[in-house]
Design a protein around this ligand. Structure first.
Ligand SMILES: Cc1ncc(COP(=O)(O)O)c(C=O)c1O
Length: 385
């Protein structure tokens, strides 16, 4: 069996998610139900009762793939359903890209910090993985000369994440173009995990990487920006049709197809995506304002590692508490508030806060976070006397 690291963030969330009351561990925009989608859009969901519940379209329905292709097309790059493969979430999409491209003797470069799957899975497939550290002085985006220094003759794949989880930083188009040009010179594929796109609430939206490079592969899903993680539906988009064919033939072994009903709901929601995105961009913007005023009035207890420009999560320094893993465990167990400790991203002393959930949840949770901080620091002072 290949060596597999524990998936720290998912295991932490799984441990506490059902026992807490206020969820700031959530990474998705506040989940919708179908009645709410109807209220938002004026279109009622229906599923033809005479449709047989067969496997459906294996790669994803033509309508769904065409809707996804249209989201990533622009004046110069016209993508079609053949540029799209439907998967079980972005997590299935990321896995499948690695399964298709990466093996022993390959070298992969992955930004850090990021969602652990992006660097763990290539290792699982036997690749040698180097991390490209994101730094404050580069605006928490990939440093081109550091990236170039990491490239080896066997570098197969560069992995980026835009917007970034956990930082909420966004790589602008000009820099993406430079990454594309560098990787093109070396014949390297680029996987851009764009699962939080198009939640660009505090910056101008960059182009999708699949528009910038013929070997660019992006992954996305219904989970974050479209508030429908429960569909477990995602996609891979690329100009490289052969790569998608290779991915589809590997996918036969572990997916066959996604659920026909989920495919149908995803079509319904993406046909109406404008209204859903408006709701979610507003939600993120307003909740971020709440979070910003909380941080500003926290008298130095908390500070942003970086103010997020996109997505629905950010990393916050918990000043004076180094062991944030223990702090977050106590926060969940004793105060019923879920935040993810920075340790799962290799960043002790920080917590990841998801601000896309309901406004009420955030407003209720933040004062409890501050109370927990104060009680924790008093306890530490007393025990050191
Ligand atoms: C960067 C990133 N990629 C992929 C995923 C998986 O998303 P999905 O629900 O679409 O499988 C997540 C979930 O948190 C994520 O943060």
């Amino acid at each position: 069996m290949p060596y597999q690291e524990d998936f720290a963030v998912e295991q932490f969330m799984d441990k506490y998610e059902t026992s807490i009351v206020h969820n700031m561990g959530e990474t998705c925009c506040y989940s919708l139900n179908l009645d709410e989608v109807y209220q938002l859009t004026g279109e009622k969901f229906s599923f033809d009762g005479t449709v047989r519940l067969t496997y459906g379209s294996i790669k994803g329905s033509e309508e769904l793939r065409s809707l996804v292709a249209a989201m990533y097309s622009n004046e110069s790059i016209k993508l079609t359903k053949d540029n799209v493969l439907i998967t079980n979430g972005a997590i299935g999409a990321n896995f499948l890209v690695n399964y298709t491209l990466v093996g022993p003797n390959d070298h992969v470069i992955c930004v850090d910090p990021t969602y652990q799957q992006l660097n763990s899975v290539p290792k699982m497939f036997g690749a040698d993985v180097d991390l490209l550290e994101l730094k404050r002085e580069d605006g928490w985006t990939p440093n081109l000369s550091n990236l170039e220094d990491l490239i080896k003759p066997n570098t197969k794949l560069v992995v980026i994440n835009n917007p970034n989880n956990p930082l909420g930083s966004v790589i602008p188009t000009e820099q993406l173009k430079k990454v594309a040009a560098l990787c093109k010179r070396h014949g390297i594929y680029v996987l851009s995990d764009e699962v939080y796109a198009p939640l660009f609430h505090s910056c101008s939206p960059p182009q999708s990487f699949c528009q910038l490079y013929s070997r660019g592969i992006i992954t996305g899903s219904m989970s974050k920006a479209y508030s429908a993680a429960g569909l477990r539906l995602g996609w891979i988009v690329s100009q490289d049709v052969q790569l998608l064919k290779d991915a589809a033939s590997r996918r036969d072994y572990n997916t066959i197809s996604v659920s026909q009903v989920d495919d149908h709901i995803a079509c319904y929601m993406l046909r109406n995506r404008k209204a859903i995105l408006e709701r979610n961009l507003k939600l993120c913007k307003e909740n971020l304002e709440t979070l910003e005023s909380f941080v500003a009035s926290s008298e130095g207890r908390f500070s942003f590692v970086v103010k997020p420009l996109g997505g629905a999560v950010c990393l916050v320094s918990v000043n004076g508490i180094e062991d944030t893993e223990k702090f977050c465990a106590s926060l969940a167990e004793d105060y019923k508030v879920l935040c993810v400790p920075g340790e799962v991203f290799g960043r002790p002393g920080t917590i990841r806060i998801g601000y896309g959930n309901s406004a009420k949840d955030l407003e209720n949770a933040l004062p409890i976070l501050q109370q927990a901080y104060d009680e924790w620091t008093i306890k530490v002072k007393i025990s050191s006397l």
